[in-house]
Design a protein around this ligand. Structure first.
Ligand SMILES: NC(=O)c1ccc[n+]([C@@H]2O[C@H](COP(=O)([O-])OP(=O)(O)OC[C@H]3O[C@@H](n4cnc5c(N)ncnc54)[C@H](O)[C@@H]3O)[C@@H](O)[C@H]2O)c1
Length: 310
C-alpha cells in the first residue's frame, strides 16, 4: 500500500477522473475526504450527491473516507474542508484538485457570468484549496498538491474562459512549487485526457463534429477526441505524485492519457532575435522585416483569415 497512513482531499471526486483517484488512493491506504457538490456539467445545482456513492464504494472495499458537499469556489467552505480533514484524520497530507465544469461559448457570445463562473471554480477554486491546505502542510513540513490543468492551456476554440483558467493553474502550481518546496511540499499539475461527461457525452461529440465540419478542428484532433480512454488511467500517476517517493518531483506539468504519460516544457525559449547592446532598440520597420524570416519562419497562423463566404 503506497499511501498507508496518509490523509487528504480529492475535490470533484464524485464522478469522472476525481472518482477514480479517490477510489485508488483509498485502496492504497489513504484516508480521503471525497468532495463533490454534485453540480451539472455547467456548474448548475442539481439534487444529485455522487460523493455518497463513492463513499459507499470506498467503505465496501474496506477503506476510510468522509464526504464533503461544498463548492471549491467558496473561500470559507474551502477552509472548512481542510479543517474537516484535519479533524477527521488528524492531518492533511495531500490535496488533489480535480473539481471542474465548463461553460463553452465563442468569446463574442460568452457572458460575464460564464467567464467568472469558470475562473471561479477552476483558478480561484485551486487557489482556495491550496491557500488553506498549505498552512497545516507547512507546519508539518510535508504536503502533496496535484492540480488539474488541461491541454486547453494551449488555446481552445469555444473555451477561452476554461483555457485561461487552466493556463493560470500552471502558473499557480509552479509558484507554489517554488514557494513551498523548502517545506517538504510538492506541487505538480496534470493535463488529462479521459472519457467523462465533460468530454464524451452526446452533445459534446456533436459539438466536435460541427467544429470538424466548419474547419475549426482537424480530422486528427477530432479523431483523438472521440476515441478517448477511461478516466481510470489518470489515477496511478496522481497517486504516485502523492507518495513519499515522489519527493523530488516538484513544479512539473504532466499529460496522462491511456498508459501514456508525458511531461511538457512550458515557457522555454524556442527562438530569439537580439541586437548587441550598442546597436540600440529594434525599430518597428526592422521588426517587420526580420520577424517573418526569423521568429516566425515556418510558423503557421493558428487560424488564418477566411473569405466571408467560406
Ligand atoms: N476529461 C478530460 O479529458 C479532461 C481533460 C482536461 C482536463 N480535465 C480536467 O479534469 C478535471 C476532472 O474532469 P472530469 O472529466 O472528470 O469531469 P466530470 O464532470 O466527470 O467531473 C467533475 C466533477 O467536479 C465536480 N464539481 C464541479 N464544480 C465543482 C465545485 N465548484 N466544487 C467541487 N466539485 C465540483 C462535479 O460535480 C463533477 O462530479 C477537471 O478539472 C477538468 O477540467 C479533464
Amino acid at each position: 500500500m503506497h499511501l498507508e497512513g496518509k490523509a487528504g482531499i480529492v475535490t470533484g471526486a464524485g464522478r469522472g477522473i476525481g472518482r477514480e483517484i479517490a477510489l485508488l488512493m483509498a485502496k492504497e491506504g489513504a484516508r480521503v475526504v471525497v468532495n463533490d457538490p454534485g453540480v451539472g456539467r455547467g456548474g448548475e445545482v442539481t439534487d444529485e450527491q455522487p460523493a455518497d456513492a463513492v463513499l459507499d464504494e470506498i467503505a465496501g472495499a474496506g477503506g476510510t473516507a468522509v464526504a464533503n458537499y461544498s463548492s471549491v469556489a467558496d473561500y470559507e467552505a474551502a477552509g472548512l474542508m481542510i479543517l474537516q480533514c484535519t479533524e477527521a484524520f488528524g492531518k492533511i497530507d495531500f490535496v488533489v484538485n480535480v473539481a471542474g465544469m465548463l461553460r463553452e461559448r465563442m468569446i463574442w457570445n460568452m457572458s460575464e457570468d460564464d467567464f467568472d463562473a469558470v475562473i471561479g471554480v477552476h483558478l480561484k477554486g485551486h487557489w482556495n484549496m491550496c491557500h488553506h491546505a498549505i498552512k497545516p502542510m507547512r507546519a508539518q513540513r510535508f504536503g502533496r498538491i496535484v492540480n488539474f490543468s488541461s491541454d486547453a492551456f494551449k488555446g481552445s476554440v469555444g473555451q477561452c474562459n476554461y483555457a485561461a483558467a487552466k493556463a493560470g493553474i500552471i502558473g499557480l502550481t509552479r509558484s507554489i512549487a517554488r514557494e513551498c518546496g523548502r517545506y517538504g511540499i510538492t506541487a505538480n499539475a496534470m493535463c488529462p485526457l479521459a472519457a467523462t461527461r465533460m468530454t464524451a457525452d452526446d452533445a459534446v461529440i456533436a459539438g466536435w463534429k460541427r467544429r470538424l465540419d466548419s474547419g475549426l478542428l482537424t480530422q486528427a484532433e477530432y479523431d483523438s477526441r472521440i476515441a478517448m480512454p477511461g478516466p481510470q488511467y489518470v489515477a496511478p500517476i496522481v497517486a504516485y505524485l502523492c507518495t513519499d517517493s515522489a519527493r523530488e518531483v516538484n513544479g512539473q506539468l504532466f499529460h496522462a492519457e491511456r498508459a501514456r504519460i508525458h511531461t511538457y516544457f512550458y515557457g522555454e525559449v524556442s527562438r530569439s532575435i537580439h541586437k548587441y547592446e550598442d546597436d540600440g532598440m529594434f525599430t518597428i520597420a526592422e521588426l517587420a522585416n526580420t520577424i517573418p524570416e526569423s521568429l516566425m519562419a515556418g510558423v503557421p497562423n493558428v487560424a488564418p483569415a477566411q473569405d466571408p463566404e467560406e
